[in-house]
Write a protein that binds this ligand. Structure first.
Ligand code: ADP
Length: 459
């Protein structure tokens, strides 16, 4: 069901319910009040008549009838009868030609027990009132038709019914218009979003001037678009850089092969070309491997093997690992105050990726320092594992610091040690994937310090 229809129905039903409650209560109280009023009049009349009947010396029945007929009362078709304690009718008066009150002994007895009994005779309302005093015991039955009261009640009924129907129609119409106005901004936002495609990610939604929920929604969507655009741009840059990195060795391979195939050469020349091609192919292999690792670290952690990983064990493997890569590289390990429980050294994550992140930073430390030495330190602080990797190398200029975690960013160092510019950004992604942080402090000419903080597993 469309939201507009749902709001209309909800709004209409609420108003309908309120109207029903108000009209119902007005009708109920008016009806009760009319009945109460009629009964009071009848009882009062019965009491007066009983008191007069108790003094037959002053008023005989004929005088009372004259009195009854001259009494003005809003009630119609009044009848009045009185019965003595033997059940004999001692007085009767009726405005109608025939006395229509059929009173039986059972009713008289009930009135004698209860004092007052209300009942109906046809369209008339009636009361049987038992009066006792020193002169006589009498049951006076008074009946009348409240024509005016019932007419007024009926009129009220009609007014309430019309008000209820009109009110309901107005409520549904107002609900429909109101919900349309309420949902208009959503439609506008949806229309705006439809125009935005991957090629037009720079477009934004107009949230309007009012400081309301729709504006908040538009702003939130705009923020999402900002993030999407950022990641699209990053992706685009990444693809462009990766293609460039891949095409450089491929171009070099193809041109070398082309030149050497252009005419016959001596075996030595072919060997030289093959060696150079082999270098390029190795470079390509390394780059492809790094790109694969990058894709793995950037993807959904759900596909990775997540298990408890001992960080100290990863660090202990570093010296041999790095040395295997280049015998000139050395790693010096140091552990701060270690907690007695092993759990404090455990991080929940992927062993290979965590090892890769640390290795990349350690290799950089060795690669970009003349002594090719990395100092690795581990300590536990505030349920966090803090790994510091420092070197006494060339350092990183202040201006480059904020870019070094971006893919393919390389600081223009002089020297033979050129990488792909992916190591740090890969480490950064892996650490982020493990809900950790990575910071760098560096002074050109003095050295660099990389600090990795990883949350310890909660057991
Ligand atoms: P690369 O493969 O080029 O080393 P990285 O992403 O690992 O790529 O590093 C990015 C850049 O940051 C490097 O090109 C290097 O200039 C600089 N860098 C990284 N680590 C260090 C370090 N320990 N000392 C000096 N410069 C560093």
């Amino acid at each position: 069901m469309p939201v507009r229809l749902r709001i209309t129905l909800l709004f209409g039903c609420i108003v309908l319910f309120i109207l029903l409650l108000v009209c119902g209560s007005v009708y109920y109280f008016s009806r009760t009040e009319r009945t109460r009023d009629t009964r009071l009049r009848l009882v009062n009349r019965a009491i007066t008549r009983a008191r007069l009947l108790a003094h037959p010396t002053y008023f005989d029945a004929e005088q009372l009838r004259i009195l009854d007929s001259s009494t003005m009362m809003a009630l119609q078709d009044k009848s009045l009868q009185a019965y003595n304690y033997k059940g004999e009718k001692v007085y009767s008066y009726s405005e109608e030609p025939e006395d229509t009150l059929a009173v039986d002994n059972k009713l008289l007895d009930e009135a004698r027990i209860k004092g007052t009994v209300y009942f109906r005779i046809g369209k008339k309302e009636a009361v049987a009132y038992h009066h006792v005093d020193s002169n006589m015991r009498v049951v006076v039955v008074a009946a009348a038709y409240d024509e005016m009261g019932l007419k007024k009640l009926h009129e009220l009924e009609n007014i309430l019914l019309i008000s209820f129907i009109t009110g309901s129609i107005v409520a549904f119409a107002a609900g429909y218009i109101f919900s349309g106005r309420l949902l208009r901004p959503i439609k506008k936002i949806a229309d705006d979003i439809q125009v935005i495609s991957a090629q037009e990610l720079n477009r934004r939604i107009d949230g309007g001037d009012a400081n309301d929920e729709w504006r908040y929604l538009s702003e939130t969507i705009n923020q999402l678009l900002n993030r999407l655009q950022e990641s699209f741009d990053m992706q685009r840059r990444f693809i462009a850089n990766a293609s460039h990195e891949l095409s450089t060795p491929l171009t070099s391979i193809s041109s070398q092969l082309e030149v050497s195939l252009s005419r016959d050469r001596e075996a030595d020349k072919y060997r030289t070309v093959m060696q150079s091609v082999y270098q390029d192919v190795r470079h390509l292999g390394k780059l492809t491997q790094t790109l694969l690792e990058f894709a793995q670290a950037s993807g959904d952690p759900g596909g990775l093997t997540i298990q408890p990983v001992r960080i100290d064990e990863i660090l202990l493997e570093m010296p041999a690992d790095v040395n295997k890569l280049n015998p000139e590289y050395t790693v010096s390990l140091a552990f701060g105050d270690m907690p007695p429980e092993e759990e404090a050294l455990i991080v929940v994550g992927n062993n290979e990726l965590l090892s890769l992140a640390v290795r990349n930073i350690v290799i950089n430390a060795c690669k970009y320092s003349p002594d090719h030495k990395a100092n690795v330190h581990l300590e536990v602080a505030d349920r966090q594992l803090v790994i510091s990797i420092s070197d006494k190398g060339v350092g990183i200029p202040e201006a480059d610091l904020k870019y070094i975690f971006q893919p393919f960013y390389r600081v223009n160092h002089t020297g033979p040690e050129l990488g792909f510019g992916l190591g740090l950004s890969l480490a950064h992604r892996i650490v982020k994937l493990h809900k950790g942080t990575i910071e760098v402090q560096s002074t050109p000419g003095e050295g660099s310090l990389f600090t990795l903080r990883l949350p310890a597993a909660q057991f």
